[in-house]
Design a protein around this ligand. Sequence first.
Ligand SMILES: Nc1nc2c(ncn2[C@@H]2O[C@H](COP(=O)(O)OP(=O)(O)OP(=O)(O)O)[C@@H](O)[C@H]2O)c(=O)[nH]1
Ligand SMILES: [Mg+2]
Ligand SMILES: [Zn+2]
Length: 345
Amino acid sequence: MTWWDADEDDDEDEFDESSVRVRPNRRGSRPRTKVRPEHADAVEGVVLGVDRGRYSVLVDENGGDERTITAARASELRRKSVVTGDHVDLVGDTTGDAGTLSRIVRVRERTTLLRRSADDTDEVERVIVANADQMLIVVAAANPEPRIRLVDRYLVAAFDARIQPILCLTKTDLADPSEFLENFAGLDLPVIRSRSDKMPIDVITAELVDHRTVFVGHSGVGKSTLVNALVPGADRATGVVNTVTGRGRHTSSSTVSLRLESPAGRGWVIDTPGVRSFGLGHVDPANILGAFSDLARIAERCPRGCTHLPDAPDCAIVEAVQAGDLGDTGRARLDSLQRLLETFR
Ligand SMILES: Nc1nc2c(ncn2[C@@H]2O[C@H](COP(=O)(O)OP(=O)(O)OP(=O)(O)O)[C@@H](O)[C@H]2O)c(=O)[nH]1
Ligand SMILES: [Mg+2]
Ligand SMILES: [Zn+2]
């Protein structure tokens, strides 16, 4: 089993609630009809994590009886995915007592949904997290080497999902990320970078307060290390990066939401497994240019229907790059954009 198989198996039905013994409802068993009532007695919760078909759900958030309970997806949800960050309705035993299992009967409407596909042609989407409003794109200055194109892909996914991206540079004790960062200088993209081996935890915390922020990035860049520094007691396992291949070991295998508490306020941080690629098969191709806001501004001067590809006549972006208007990184920015546009041609 590969790392991402393990990750995606979270969505499988193998441990559906029908396969386990559920403690009888304390109010006695009600007749089961084919068309079930509205579950008027359901309680609301937010999914913190999923592990082999078992959902960890926070109930009565900030209330007097806040508790984390274990739940399974009710068979009536069929193949509908339930993911970290989802607001769900639960029935059955919602006490959270040891050994109890509740049932998720409804998934509430999502404000955002971050998805990826295995590759750009794959129609099957993998849902990563629901209801996040920020994406912290974690990139190591070295080990593993930073990859411009992976960041571009995250930016497209964030733009498509209407999630605010933030770029966060780790491992600046190993290399200077300045050259890499120049590629993104023309974007309205907040950038946070560590100083030497010290991450500016206060600065990052301030960005995360009052937000639900999903941490994304290549395996081994230090997402879980960062989460552990931000959330004392988070206890996320961290792995060693192979010094020869520069590859991480895919230490984190599932997506988990953790509460950030600080004098400045609260928020949620969502640690995800590292990915090798981030397929955009599900995004609206019209949103690709939108993520390249530095180039999108220039594209307003393009002829109507311009593809912005090398064979496009009178493309304002191509002309601006050739004229050197976009500085040293112009060529690379255009190349990045064209590669993505080409994929969806
Ligand atoms: N030198 C240096 N090493 C770091 C820094 N941040 C993290 N590391 C190391 O990088 C390795 C990988 O860190 P993780 O936190 O496991 O990386 P991850 O992004 O969670 O990886 P996956 O869970 O596999 O996606 C660990 O050995 C960390 O100690 C840093 O700022 N500088
Ligand atoms: Mg990790
Ligand atoms: Zn154009």
